[in-house]
Ligand binder design. Sequence first.
Ligand code: ADP
Length: 257
Amino acid sequence: MSGLRTEGLSFAYGDDAVLSEVDLVAEAGEVTAIVGPNGVGKTTLLRLLAGLLAPDRGQIQIGEQEVDRASRRRLARRIALAPQLEKPAWPLTVSQMVALGRAPHVGWWRSYSPADREVVERVLEQVGLSTLADRLITELSGGEYSRAVLARTLAQEPRVLLLDEPTAHLDLKHQAEVLRRLRQLAHEDGLTVVVTLHDLNQAATTADRVALLQSSSLRASGPPEEVLTREHLEPTYGVAVSVVPHPETGVPWIMPR
Ligand code: ADP
């Protein structure tokens, strides 16, 4: 199993401390949502987990293996990050871009196999982009492009899936589909899914575990009903909120007052 945990994780950009002593646990087979106000360090935390930034202090463990820059290449088959603020750099087709996700599996000694092409077709289908497979990525809408990024990430067939605001540019239907898919990947396929979400109601309905960041440290983590409470949210976000059980699902339903 490839659960993930951090111990005493601290990071600063120059003199600006962003994360301090963060102890995070994300279990395999679960969706863990990282939430917190803008600029609190959610994206930075994901980049640290992916091994793209090196912590100033503390450790990150994926399964039995410690994540550091040296191990990043070896871990590339197991960890995948779907970044938020990516822009298309080259005019590739959608399927060419998604095939890049196979890179850690395709050494320099062999080209893409029929099995790689099957994976690409399957993930395009999963994100609803099969009909746009031959479209240039420079000609996609924001929502289509972010689904292509998700498809490329899934094509990597990781055991640990890190996603930065995967619903940010999506309409309601595609938001629901992506969130449902994340739950499936965790609950049915056993992946460790860690996702940053700014929409607390999406976190409440999607996550098994929520980690709430407040001014550079972890204020609370646990099941949504223990973390998404007035007592935690009001001081963290500096706004009055109502939290009631959702009338249909019973999960916390959060509204600013
Ligand atoms: P969030 O994802 O929670 O909105 P980020 O992790 O993007 O927060 O940013 C945390 C803080 O670090 C913010 O104050 C942001 O301005 C700062 N920051 C982010 N990236 C950089 C960078 N490359 N260099 C310097 N500061 C950065």
